[in-house]
Design a protein around this ligand. Structure first.
Ligand code: SF4
Length: 399
């Protein structure tokens, strides 16, 4: 499966921001794709483009990074999970009690075509700020927030001199235990890690034995795990970061049991737990990347049958406006969803059973549930003196 990667190590990749800078595209392709690149920003680099097999028009790496005319199809909306509704102060989202998101920038090393945050890369937006002082104040005043996810954009594209003060300030807040960095830098540009010892020193300083920094890596396909990507991940791990991986299931990229099995297995060999596999949100421009839920479940479960226990820890979930909902099971007639995180405590752990609908790609596509169960509304728990805490330990511990 691995293609030979010719890119020299220790090199700084060059950005590619125009289709004209991609010699492998024909002039007809450039002309057809230009309106797409104007609507949804295009950016890659020469390292990542070197992973593409240009002889294959359906190459999965190409699908991740190169515009596709199908993105012009009308579908979904820009903020498909209503993230803006959970924005408490500029740059901070707080949806689940224990976890808050700090959106620290609106730039990525390259842009995934299927991104659900593409709205942040368009014109002005009020959701991201470089001044995180309001967000820090909010976190200080919310003692229930024990996890902070730094996201955007990609926090790791920032110079270490810009990233470190944010992490330092978060470490000064006693109730913040876990700092997560959501990043696709290890896949898009591992040289950002390999060539910057100060980044590794910073991780080493602030990822302590008691309070770790988690790097939430984003590898979609095993071919992204090049020798240099593996080296970058290993350096982060040796610096003291805890690593995990999460990926959406993307049509034409990893909607295939063999590909997912290989990805899960390789990650597990490296000591990186596969965490979430996300269903694509119904985000504008993303119709051709989305996989229907029931098909995704079959692919996901087939892949898991070929993995060891350590490799099969991922959960298939959707980030719905109301919470993170796992596709927990499927029968001949029904599909079973379960909230793993919920915006409202009453939904926490709630199970919903629906009649199957093969074309559904989001929870909202199903009719009313045929059955529902919630531990909170069960008579046993309503009578119980036991104090239920719905500040769940992160799923990674029980996955
Ligand atoms: S790295 Fe993440 S935020 Fe950036 S384009 Fe890809 S999915 Fe979107």
């Amino acid at each position: 499966m691995n293609l030979p990667v010719k890119f020299p190590t220790q090199k700084k990749p060059k950005y590619i921001t125009k289709l004209d800078q991609v010699p492998e595209l024909s002039s007809q392709e450039k002309e057809a794709l230009q309106p797409v690149a104007e609507k949804y920003i295009f950016r890659s680099n020469d390292y990542y483009n070197s992973l593409i097999n240009w002889d294959d028009p359906d190459d999965p790496i190409r699908k991740i990074i190169m515009p596709d005319v199908q993105e012009m199809d009308e579908w979904g909306r820009l903020d498909a999970s209503s993230e803006e509704a959970y924005t408490k102060v500029k740059g901070l989202e707080h949806k689940y009690s224990s976890t808050a998101l700090l959106l620290v920038n609106e730039v990525c090393a390259a842009y995934c075509r299927f991104c659900f945050r593409k709205r942040l890369f368009m014109d002005e937006n009020e959701e991201v700020t470089k001044d995180i002082s309001e967000g820090l104040e909010y976190i200080k005043n919310h003692k229930e927030v024990s996890n902070i996810l730094l996201t955007g954009g990609d926090p790791m594209i920032m110079a270490t001199t810009k990233l470190e003060p944010i992490i330092k300030k978060l470490r000064e807040i006693d109730h913040v235990n876990i700092i997560r960095i959501g990043t696709k830098i290890p896949a898009f540009n591992p040289y950002r890690i390999i060539n910057d010892p100060s980044l590794l020193e910073m991780i080493n300083k602030y990822s302590t034995p008691e309070k770790k920094i988690y790097v939430m890596a984003h590898f979609n396909h095993p071919r992204e795990l090049t020798d240099d990507a593996v080296k970058g991940l290993d350096l982060l791990s040796k610096a003291g970061a805890a690593l995990i991986n999460q990926t959406p299931m993307i049509q034409g990229v990893n909607d295939n049991p063999e590909v997912l099995t290989e990805l899960f297995n390789k990650l597990s060999f490296m000591g990186i737990p596969p965490y979430y596999v996300f269903l694509c949100r119904p985000t504008s421009g993303n119709k051709s990347y989305s996989v229907p839920i029931e098909k995704a479940y079959e692919i996901f479960e087939t892949a898991r049958t070929r993995c060891s226990g350590l490799a099969k820890r991922a959960r298939l979930v959707m980030s719905h406006a109301t919470g993170k909902i796992e596709v927990a099971a499927m029968t001949q007639k029904t599909i079973v969803f379960k909230y793993t995180r919920a915006a409202e405590d009453i939904d926490s752990g709630k199970v919903m059973v629906f009649n199957r609908k093969p074309e559904a790609s989001w929870l909202d596509d199903y009719e009313n549930p045929v059955e529902e169960y919630s531990v909170l509304s069960s008579p046993a728990n309503q009578k119980s003196d036991v104090q239920l805490s719905f500040d769940p330990v992160d799923e990674i511990l029980i996955g």
